[in-house]
Design a binder for this molecule. Sequence first.
Ligand code: RP5
Length: 165
Amino acid sequence: MISMNAKKVAVIMGSDSDWPILKPAVELLKQFGIESEVTVASAHRTPAKVRTFVESAPEKAVAAFIIGAGAAAHLAGVVASYTTLPVIGVPINATSLNGMDALLSTVQMPSGIPVATMAINGAKNAAIFAVEMFSIADDDLKKQLADYRAEMVAGVEKKAARVAA
Ligand code: RP5
């Protein structure tokens, strides 16, 4: 059984070439004090590794997955098939189709096995979404999210003032 304190995020990418896109998500999680475990495993090239990693996640206190993959990006869906923990998918722009291939492969899941799909290369939103889920039962994370929003507003206002000057 997952403890209410289980807040680790497992981050899986289909290739090491996806890391520059996923790295900001891991950094953002760290900023919120959320631990992550990162690995490279491919639905196509290393399917056995994917299954073993996902099935061992609960005993490592993993409470959600962030999955990034490009091309025919089945990885998030395959991960979702092995777990009932929430799976957040990040389609990655890795081919001449500019990420549309990955977006459609990630988002068009058959009914019953959901993947919460972010924008193409939208890794930071994946991290924020995970923090939002964890914040449901964590007032400190709620406060951190409110501060993060307030900083965003201040940043936008600062830029707006520059435009208006
Ligand atoms: C996918 O194919 C990976 O997630 C990556 O986005 C894409 C290209 O992989 P490499 O050929 O760079 O290893 O499986």
